[in-house]
Design a protein around this ligand. Structure first.
Ligand SMILES: Cc1cc2nc3c(=O)[nH]c(=O)nc-3n(C[C@H](O)[C@H](O)[C@H](O)COP(=O)(O)O)c2cc1C
Length: 386
């Protein structure tokens, strides 16, 4: 029998389940996608197993795999994960199995880096590839975009995509969705943010096309919405589909704005997207000076506005650091889910520690037995030194 003195007393919103289509999230905490730059030819490695297993033991309801490229040239760097072949799919299966065994929902973000592809791993320079990369046998590859405009001075000049090539990329997203399902993922997210291919179609900073895919907002939204609709069709009806946006370009002047995101979210909802994951920025170039101060929760107002004005579930992300802060976001109705990234690197057990702090699991009952059995017994007689 659990010790009643250690039973949960507070119904923390952070620990209320949420059902989206056929998937029930055991709480509201999601580990955001985080590139590990540790894949080999796009294949998951032991590092990915250890990285995701920590989060699964750590109690998050949903654990995202990093941006997985739908085709090789859609990788940001040589270290990115891919999902462009059955071998890539199969390498993910043991990790997915472990995550499910811990009661969490495995999720994957499918991506194409567009004109921001072919750069160095962060610790190799974090910029366009140069001679030091060539000495490792890593040569730049051709990058593609809506228009032949580079991200910034010194970055690769992208080739402008033809409509036929765009249709090809759309079918790569569809293949990636199918493989993600076959691998056992329960949640899928289309990466439409941070200046990568789909965002670069939306933004007037990177899209100068004169055909049906450029010009006014309706035209700039056309290709991302076509991809969203095609992925929704390929992804099972009982599984949730998320879409990550850059809610604003966060540039000094012009660019994609929050009101554009509200309009886009309406269209995503009409195409069966369940959750809009509200990030911002990344379009690149000299116009990236930040208008938005990077204070805790700086992107939460975007999740709030989109949730309210487009009437769609949102996920808040960005410098969400403490359980109280997360709880307050949910309490104020600003978002339905809370995504954490770097704070989960600092503390992969953040959700379990949050449950303790919010009195949702004071008795360690929700922990895996391998850990919880010991911690519950230790707790009874524990006097912590100052
Ligand atoms: C190491 C690292 C890798 C990231 N990789 C991705 C990615 O693959 N896809 C993505 O949409 N965002 C990526 N991000 C952004 C995070 O998902 C998140 O939006 C951002 O870090 C802000 O949240 P935080 O303040 O909790 O870290 C990455 C962030 C970090 C720190």
């Amino acid at each position: 029998m659990p010790d009643s003195s250690l039973a949960a007393t507070v119904e923390a919103r952070l620990f209320q389940p949420l059902t989206v289509r056929g998937v029930t999230f055991k709480n509201r905490i999601v580990i955001a996608p985080m590139c590990q730059y540790s894949a080999e030819d796009g294949l998951a490695t032991d590092w990915h197993f250890a990285h995701h297993s920590g989060f699964a033991i750590g109690g998050a309801a949903c654990i995202f795999f990093e941006a997985a490229a739908v085709e090789p040239r859609g990788r940001i760097s040589y270290g990115d994960l891919g999902i462009w072949s059955d071998a890539h799919r199969d390498a993910l299966k043991p990790i997915i199995r472990f995550i499910k065994d811990q009661g969490a929902a495995p999720a994957i973000q499918i991506a194409h880096a567009g004109r921001k592809a072919s750069i160095q791993r962060p610790w190799d320079g974090n910029g366009p590839m140069d001679g030091s990369d060539a000495s490792r046998g890593e040569l730049p590859w051709e990058v593609v975009a809506p228009s032949s405009v580079p991200t910034a001075d010194g970055w690769l000049m992208p080739a402008e995509l033809t409509p036929a090539e765009m249709a090809e990329i759309k079918s790569r997203f569809v293949d990636a969705a199918r493989r993600s399902h076959e691998a056992g993922f329960e949640v899928l997210e289309v990466h439409g943010a941070h200046g990568y291919l789909l965002h670069s179609f939306l933004s007037p900073i990177s899209n100068f096309r004169t055909d049906d895919f450029g010009g006014d907002r309706v035209n700039r939204m056309r290709f991302p919405l076509e991809v969203a609709a095609a992925v929704r069709e390929a992804w099972p009806a009982d599984k949730p589909l998320f879409y990550r946006i850059s809610s604003t370009d966060s540039v000094e002047e012009g660019g994609w704005q929050l009101e554009d995101s509200v309009a886009f979210a309406h269209e995503l909802k009409a195409r069966g997207i369940d959750v809009v994951d509200c990030s911002s920025g990344g379009i690149g170039g000299s116009a990236t000076a930040l208008r938005i101060p990077r204070e805790p929760g700086f992107q939460v107002p975007f999740a709030e506005a989109i949730r309210r004005d487009a009437d769609i579930a949102t996920m808040a992300v960005g410098l969400i650091l403490t359980p109280k802060q997360a709880e307050a976001i949910l309490e104020a109705g600003q978002a339905d889910l809370i995504a954490i990234a770097r704070e989960a690197l600092y503390d992969p057990f953040w959700p379990r520690h949050a449950a303790y702090a919010l009195d949702a699991d004071p008795g360690f009952e929700d922990w895996p037995d391998q850990y919880g059995w010991w911690l519950a017994r230790r707790e009874k007689g524990l006097v912590r030194p100052d």
